[in-house]
Design a protein around this ligand. Sequence first.
Ligand code: 13P
Length: 258
Amino acid sequence: MGKFLLGTNWKMNKTTAEGLAYTDGLTDIIPKFPEYQFFICSPYVQLWKQRELIDSKKSTLMLGAQNVHYEDCGQFTGEISPVMLKEIGLDLLEIGHSERRQYYNETDYTVNKKVLAGLKHGFTTLICVGDYMQEKEFGVSAEVLAKQIKIALHGVDEKDLDRVWIAYEPYWAIGVQGIPAEPEVVDSLHTMMRGVLVDLYGERGKDVPLLFGGSVNIKNAVAYAKCQDVNGLFIGRAAWHTDTFEEIMTALREAGIR
Ligand code: 13P
């Protein structure tokens, strides 16, 4: 397993000016925390400028888009293709976030097409999976996540597995209405997801980073990071300011997370 991953999804927030100011600030902080690999997933319109800024600062910060289409080009008004994102020189594609699944008809099957397209074009793919509260209450979260992972990875060759990351983000834990997950739930579902990956890919399945996201903040970040098979945190609101993000980094370091 590589470095512990720490990243943020801005969703539909930050103008380009705000995004560049944040990126500038974060690239100044990152050298203080060499034990972590950082990434941000930003709105499309600022990716070119962010790429230039990150490169000009010779930063290790990985840059990703929040979505992608699965075709290289075509009659898909308003969509952005992996070829276009490749041209920017992005590192990462976030695929299947719960908000895309809930509001934009993203399905397990379109997620799979996007994963295959992203891998074909050389990206690391950050696949988001999650369960609804009702599924949690009915005790089927494990089955739901296993199904999502198996479909997302259908046809993914073992040789590409080093460019696959998976984030568990319970729908019920995300955003302003979110209820933070109990660390025990995260622990047990991450162990289960690791088992699914090992079933699919044998020993190689142990190397796929599993991230957790959903109402991660300074109060709970260490507890989540200490869970079995949590190899990174994917943070929304609590990382949208570099100072609160840095507090989390410091707390993780003090807890010995690597
Ligand atoms: P919050 O941390 O704001 O709940 O969002 C998490 C998220 O959606 C990361 O992708």
